[in-house]
Design a protein around this ligand. Structure first.
Ligand code: HEM
Ligand code: HEM
Length: 182
């Protein structure tokens, strides 16, 4: 690396804070998807509880990281300019997919927290109260959590496909904007 990466974004690259928050959130989110689906599909109540004891706090952490990420931009950072030389519709789609990802994360986390609150599960998971976990799928918040997970997965696939298209087909070194292979 020639120059130390700046904390703030420039016109061409994301800064250190944005990059750290992006990749940390991405990693945690992939873990949350796997864990959420595992909890919802296991037949073993002890395993379900063990997973949810990690899923819930990590999900809340990702909410905090996402709010920090938005605050960092609004208050302190700037976004790099849009990728040059691509069709206007591609720029528009990227802007809406990014907004959708942010919104999706916030709705996921809030519906997860609501699901916990409505179902009374925290007493069993964290409060030492004995008893079977509630049937989460009977709560409206679960319907929101579950459908938003699908939507977020679709956006995630579009997002990763676009990143790989840029990197390997257009060969414009897009990943370097997000700190990979600078
Ligand atoms: C669940 C996981 C992920 C989420 C939620 C996510 C979210 C985002 C968001 C919201 C932005 C836009 C930042 C802005 O507002 O300008 C962004 C940018 C970016 N992401 Fe991700 N991302 C994820 C995973 C990935 C992965 C796996 C890759 C690589 C294959 C990737 C590559 C990039 C790149 C290269 C940019 C910069 C795009 C540009 O230069 O405009 N992301 N990501
Ligand atoms: C933003 C991050 C989050 C993601 C990506 C995520 C993802 C998921 C997924 C994919 C499922 C499975 C849904 C299904 O069966 O269709 C799930 C279930 C669940 N999530 Fe989350 N979640 C997040 C945040 C949270 C938070 C913050 C909480 C609570 C504080 C939470 C609590 C739960 C609960 C209670 C279930 C039900 C598990 C079961 O049925 O046993 N989630 N989550």
């Amino acid at each position: 690396m020639e120059n130390p990466m700046p904390w703030k974004s420039t016109t061409t690259h994301y800064g250190r804070v944005a990059i750290l928050l992006h990749w940390l959130s991405a990693l945690l989110l992939i873990g949350l998807f796997v864990a959420g689906l595992a909890a919802a599909n296991t037949a073993d109540p002890a395993l379900q509880a063990a997973i949810l004891r990690v899923h819930a706090p990590i999900g809340t952490l990702v909410l905090v990281l996402t709010l920090l990420r938005i605050l960092w931009w609004v208050a302190f950072d700037r976004k790099p300019d849009h990728v040059a030389g691509q069709a206007a519709w591609q720029t528009a789609v990227s802007v809406w997919v990014h907004r959708g990802l942010y919104l999706g994360i916030v709705v996921m986390a809030l519906s997860g927290i609501a699901l916990m609150a409505m179902s009374g599960a925290p007493d069993i998971l964290f409060g030492g109260v004995a008893g079977p976990l509630p049937a989460f799928e009977t709560f409206t918040a679960y319907t929101i959590h579950s459908s938003m997970a699908l939507l977020l997965e679709v956006l995630f696939v579009l997002h990763v496909a676009a990143a790989l298209y840029h990197q390997f087909i257009r060969r414009d070194r897009l990943l370097a904007r997000m700190g990979i292979g600078r």
